[in-house]
Design a protein around this ligand. Structure first.
Ligand SMILES: [Zn+2]
Length: 407
C-alpha cells in the first residue's frame, strides 16, 4: 500500500492537483531552491522526494502567492498564538464544509444549535460551524465567548429554548459543563456536543452525563493550514479520526504527520505540511473498515528551561493522571535578572484532598523530570498552585500545556 494515504480512490486527478501544488511552491522565490531538484511526480508515492513544509514555510508561500478564491470571498484566518508565532490560512466562503457535511452529520434540520466557539480575531472555529449549520438547515444561536458570571443565565436560556446541540473548544465546554453540574443545571434536550480545536477533555465524559444524559460527542480534527482533516462520531475513540478524501496523510519519522491537500482548488498550498502532531494508523472502535488516524498529540512540547530540556507535555500528562488533579498547566516566566521561574497551575478535581499542591511539588522534584537539580539553589522559583482557572487564549478559548511570558 502507498505510504501516502487518502480515502479517495486515486483516479489521476489527485496527481494533477499535487503537481499543481509543487509548481505553486516552486514559484515562491524563497522556497524555489528547495524544490528545484524535484523532477516531475509520476505517482503520489513520488511525494517521498518532496521536502517537508515546516513552521514558517507555508506563511512564506502564502505571502508570495496571496491566493484568491475563484468565485467566492477569500477569508483569512490565523492560527497559533497558543503554541507558536501566528500563521495565516485562507479559505473560500463555505470554508470547504460541504465535503465535511457529506460524511459527518451531527446536526439536522430539527436541531437547535448553540455555537460556543469565540467569534472574531481571525479564529476559524465559529465560522466553520456556522457553515456546517447552514448545510444542515438547523436553527442556530451564535453564542461566542461568555464569562463565567453569565453561565447561569445562558444555561437557563438553553433549557427553555430546548437546545439540542452545543459546540465549542473542550476548554470552554469543560467550564460550562462543570459549572452546570456543580449548580444542578440540566439540559435534558441536549443530544449533541461538538468539539474542535483541542484534544478531548476526559473530565467531560463525567460531567456531560450528569447534565445532559442523552448527549454524545462529535469531533473534528485539523488546523488552520490544513483545514478539517478528519471527523469522528460518538462510536469512535476520542483521539481517532476518519480522514476526508481531500487529505493525503503521511506518517514519517518519529510518527510525525504531514498533510498534502487534494482539494482541486484549495487556497493553501499544503504540500507535505508538518503540523507538529504525531499519529498512527489504527482500526477504529466504531467498526468502520477503512484505517483511521489516531492522533498522539504534539511532539514539540520540549522547552529549554534553565539549561534543562523540560518535556512539558509529559509533565502535564503525568500530573493529570494523579488523584485530585483535573488538569495541569506549566507557566514559565522569564525575568531579566534572576532567570526563569516555573509555576505549575493545577485545577483540582472533586476528589482532591488537602495538601495536594505540596504533594505534587514533592512528586515532581522526586521524579525523573530532573527538576530537583535545577531548583537546588533557588527552590522558591518553582511553585505548584491550585487555581480556579488555567490561563487560556483570549482569542480561541484554548488552554495549552505551556504558557511562556516575560516578567
Ligand atoms: Zn470511527
Amino acid at each position: 500500500m502507498s505510504e501516502f494515504f487518502s480515502v479517495a480512490p486515486d483516479d489521476g486527478a489527485d496527481l494533477a492537483t499535487v503537481q499543481g501544488l509543487l509548481s505553486r511552491v516552486r514559484s515562491v522565490p524563497e522556497l524555489a531552491e528547495r524544490y528545484d531538484a524535484i523532477d516531475t511526480l509520476h505517482s503520489l508515492d513520488d511525494l517521498i522526494k518532496v521536502p517537508l513544509m515546516v513552521k514558517n514555510d507555508l506563511n512564506v508561500a502564502l505571502e508570495h502567492l496571496k491566493p484568491k478564491a475563484d468565485d467566492a470571498t477569500t477569508w483569512t484566518f490565523q492560527s497559533g498564538g497558543s503554541t507558536g508565532s501566528p500563521k495565516l490560512g485562507y479559505a473560500p466562503t463555505g470554508l470547504y464544509m460541504a465535503e465535511v457535511y457529506e460524511r459527518w452529520k451531527p446536526l439536522g434540520p430539527d436541531d437547535i444549535f448553540v455555537n460556543g466557539w469565540s467569534a472574531g480575531k481571525m479564529w476559524g472555529g465559529h465560522y466553520l460551524f456556522n457553515a456546517l449549520a447552514d448545510l444542515s438547515r438547523c436553527t442556530g444561536i451564535g453564542l461566542g465567548a461568555i464569562a463565567t458570571s453569565e453561565y447561569d443565565a445562558w444555561l437557563e436560556f438553553f433549557r427553555v429554548r430546548g437546545v439540542t446541540a452545543l459546540g465549542g473548544t473542550p476548554s470552554v465546554l469543560r467550564l460550562i459543563f462543570a459549572h452546570a453540574r456543580d449548580t444542578g443545571a440540566e439540559l435534558p434536550g441536549l443530544r449533541t456536543v461538538m468539539w474542535l480545536g483541542e484534544a478531548w477533555d476526559r473530565a467531560l465524559d463525567e460531567d456531560i452525563p450528569a447534565v445532559a444524559p442523552q448527549a454524545r460527542r462529535w469531533g473534528l480534527y485539523g488546523s488552520t493550514e490544513t483545514w478539517v482533516v478528519g471527523t469522528n462520531t460518538p462510536d469512535c475513540a476520542d483521539n481517532t479520526w476518519h480522514t476526508l478524501p481531500s487529505q493525503l496523510v503521511h506518517i514519517g519519522e518519529g510518527e510525525m504527520l504531514d498533510f498534502t491537500s487534494l482539494k482541486p482548488r484549495g487556497l493553501n498550498p499544503v504540500l507535505r505540511y508538518q503540523t507538529g502532531d504525531a499519529g498512527r494508523w489504527v482500526s477504529c472502535t466504531c467498526g468502520h473498515p477503512t484505517q483511521a488516524l489516531q492522533v498522539l498529540g504534539r511532539r514539540d512540547g520540549v522547552v529549554k528551561f534553565r539549561g534543562f530540556l523540560l518535556n512539558v507535555d509529559d509533565l502535564v500528562v503525568e500530573l493529570t493522571g494523579k488523584p485530585g488533579v483535573s488538569r495541569a498547566q506549566a507557566v514559565i516566566t522569564n525575568f531579566e535578572e534572576k532567570g526563569s521561574s516555573l509555576d505549575v497551575l493545577v485545577l483540582a478535581s472533586r476528589e482532591a484532598g488537602p495538601g495536594l499542591a505540596e504533594g505534587l511539588r514533592a512528586h515532581i522534584l522526586g521524579s525523573a523530570f530532573g527538576l530537583s537539580t535545577v531548583f537546588n539553589h533557588d527552590p522558591e522559583a518553582f511553585e505548584v498552585r491550585i487555581v480556579d482557572a488555567l490561563i487560556s487564549n483570549d482569542r480561541t478559548g484554548k488552554t495549552s500545556n505551556l504558557v511562556q511570558r516575560q516578567a
